[in-house]
Design a protein around this ligand. Structure first.
Ligand code: FES
Ligand code: FES
Length: 174
């Protein structure tokens, strides 16, 4: 039996340990925000965090998620108010939207590691997340804006409830 945590909730899985994590998320526990694109680790649509690292869930077997903490787009916030999600909405980043859950998960992982990324660091970190609608420039702008929001919220003291919207770029922990 494989035990794992998904978005803060304990889960267990009795099936094939080679089954892709993406199948489990979408079909077994009904988290449909993570998308299937290529199924071969090439497009980034299925990106989730495993112990904080961005991973392609289509090419990650369940065995690799054993005893790990998985975060999906649904785990970033209960109501779409994670700072990266807020900025994504403010800048109207998505076009068709299909790739965007994966884009946001990669962006969050980048910002957690590199709070003020350069264009080159953004391009490098987001390189594996493809967007057929070509929203790359808006994605880059949104990552810069999320970084600025977080930096200014940290500088403001004492933090107000409103300012805390950007206080953490890490997913909510339950
Ligand atoms: S669906 Fe996983 S990388 Fe494309
Ligand atoms: S917004 Fe359509 S594929 Fe990226």
């Amino acid at each position: 039996m494989i035990k794992l945590k998904v978005n803060g909730n304990n889960q267990q899985f009795d099936g094939d340990p080679e089954m892709p994590l993406l199948w489990y998320l979408r079909d077994e526990i009904d988290l449909k925000g993570t998308k299937f694109g290529c199924g071969m680790g090439l497009c980034g649509a299925c990106t989730v965090h495993i112990n904080g690292q961005p991973m392609r869930s289509c090419s990650t077997p369940m065995s690799a998620a054993a005893n790990k903490a998985v975060t999906t787009i649904e785990g970033l916030s209960a109501d779409g108010t994670h700072p990266v999600q807020v900025v994504w909405q403010e800048l109207d980043v998505p076009q068709c939207g299909y790739c965007q859950a994966g884009q946001i998960m990669s962006a969050c992982a980048l910002l957690a590691k590199t709070p003020k990324p350069t264009d080159a660091q953004i391009d490098s970190a987001m390189n594996g997340n493809l967007c057929r609608c070509g929203t790359y420039l808006r994605i880059r702008a949104a990552i810069h804006k999320a970084a600025e929001m977080t930096a200014s919220n940290k500088a403001a003291k004492p933090a107000t409830k409103a300012s805390r919207v950007g206080a953490s770029l890490l997913p909510n922990k339950k």
